[in-house]
Design a protein around this ligand. Structure first.
Ligand SMILES: Cc1cc2nc3c(=O)[nH]c(=O)nc-3n(C[C@H](O)[C@H](O)[C@H](O)COP(=O)(O)O)c2cc1C
Length: 315
């Protein structure tokens, strides 16, 4: 694959990033496998205890022999400051920061050579982050699993819009499960592509087998945005999703709605395997995924499919 500004900046072989995903990549196995295969593996610090996080960072370092890896950190967490200290002490090469402003942290990390990539959900947030001096932006569209932008703008539009306005590199994501999607987003102006749901359907992802099998059972129209009155999640349809969608229709009062939304968690689905009542957060791209290979196998395929996609355009 042709090098991009971001592959050069981060010293990675391919412009392919395993998106930070709570539980699925809150371990060393998945990020290490992706970084060893020439992509960028990312540990999701969100649900981790500090000691387990430090341990995972050290394990990835030990398993990858100097390959670049990253950490995804939601800044709103009360313990975020302690996680940032560990990131600094361990000299983590790349931070993907979400849900909070970058300004207060940039100087400290850029001084030691850590690249700061900021996850944004609107063009206004992107502008603020770019003005603050972040090294790159993550722009994700409504197709994405987890928390897609609430404005409903698709990846096709959001990425192109960002490429029109910003001169810093852009990581695009949401709706990509193969090398064809990677080629499409690079053509739109992205400098790398992050894939979430595709990497949950791998042997190394740290989620229950029921969750992985749910990906195989989910077709492209089987995910829904749940919790639209708050911060919605894209997840596969199940008993919990139905209950919230019913509450949307019945105009349930806010407190009851909030209580219902919080009565189910991602952990319940991801760790306990309760895929009927838990939040099975998945992107529309689940419908493009039909197997559960190793992360290295996924990486090899992504590169091959990317080459096929490009060959379709230039012959
Ligand atoms: C189960 C799950 C957990 C996620 N957790 C996080 C997270 O902790 N932090 C974050 O910034 N994004 C999180 N995301 C969003 C991903 O980083 C990524 O943007 C998204 O998965 C891309 O869409 P795709 O699933 O279609 O590839 C999560 C996504 C999923 C599916």
């Amino acid at each position: 694959m042709t090098p991009t500004r971001l592959t050069r900046m981060l010293s990675v072989r391919y412009p392919i990033i395993q998106a930070g995903m709570s539980w699925a990549s809150s371990n060393a196995a998945l990020p290490a496998a992706v970084s060893n295969a020439g992509g960028l593996g990312v540990i999701a610090a969100g649900p981790m205890y500090l000691d387990a996080f430090r341990q995972a960072v050290r394990e990835v370092k030990a398993a990858t022999n100097g390959a670049t890896f990253g950490v995804n950190l939601p800044l709103y967490r009360p313990a975020a400051a302690s996680f940032l200290d560990v990131i600094e002490e361990e000299r983590v090469p790349v931070v993907f920061a979400s849900q909070g402003g970058p300004k207060a942290h940039l100087e400290r990390f850029q001084r030691i050579g850590t690249r700061w990539i900021h996850v944004v959900s609107t063009i206004e947030h992107a502008r603020k982050a770019a003005n603050a001096g972040v090294d790159a932006l993550v722009v994700v569209g409504s197709e994405a699993g987890g928390h897609p932008p609430a404005n409903g703008v698709s990846t096709l539009i959001a990425v192109r819009r960002a490429a029109q306005e910003f001169s810093i590199p852009i990581v695009a994501g949401g709706g990509v499960a193969d090398g064809f999607g990677i080629a499409a987003l690079l053509a739109l102006g992205a400098d790398a592509v992050q894939l979430g749901t595709r990497f949950i359907a791998t042997r190394e992802a740290g989620v229950h087998d029921n969750y992985k099998r749910a990906i195989l059972d989910t077709d492209v129209a089987d995910t829904v945005l749940v919790g639209v009155r708050g911060l919605p999640v894209r997840m596969t349809k199940n008993r919990f999703a139905d209950a919230v969608l019913n509450a949307d229709r019945r105009e349930t009062d806010d407190a009851a709605y909030d209580a219902l939304f919080k009565s189910s968690t991602l952990k319940q689905a991801a760790l306990d395997g309760d895929v009927e009542r838990g939040k099975v957060e998945l992107g529309q791209s689940a419908g493009l995924i039909h197997d559960l290979p190793s992360a290295a196998e996924v990486m090899a395929r992504l590169v091959q499919e990317y080459e096929q996609a490009v060959a379709r355009l230039v012959h």
